[in-house]
Design a protein around this ligand. Structure first.
Ligand code: ZN
Length: 114
């Protein structure tokens, strides 16, 4: 039985939520959660803690920009798609180039500049 966007099944005469949300919906929700965790204050904290140096290539940027003059990226060390945490302990300061190159690989799969 379908009601709105949710599926129900009948158990002992009452309807209970049946199937879990489709993977695409859950992924979006997790991404939204991860974005919500990265407040301006959290981003500032991460930049200062990393001393404005890219975690991966160790190039020095400024508070506002990476070494290439691009806005800093906040990289999920273990990508969300790979089961990584949305918590700040899974977030590393990364220059745009490193983050784009790393994609959704884990650190053990990816080596900067290789
Ligand atoms: Zn880098």
């Amino acid at each position: 039985m379908r009601k709105g966007s949710m599926w129900f099944k009948r158990v002992n005469g009452t309807f209970v939520l049946d199937a879990p949300a489709p993977p695409a919906v859950r992924e979006k929700t997790r991404r939204e959660q991860a974005r919500a965790v990265l407040t301006d204050a959290a981003r500032t904290q991460i930049k200062l803690k990393a001393e404005e140096i890219c975690t991966y290539c160790r190039r020095q940027g400024t508070f506002w920009e990476d070494a290439d003059g691009e806005p800093w990226h906040m990289d999920h060390v273990i990508p969300l798609e790979r089961g990584g945490s949305i918590g700040l302990d899974n977030v590393a300061l990364s220059c745009r180039a490193c983050n784009m190159d790393k994609g959704n690989q884990t650190p053990s799969e990816w080596r900067p500049g290789v």
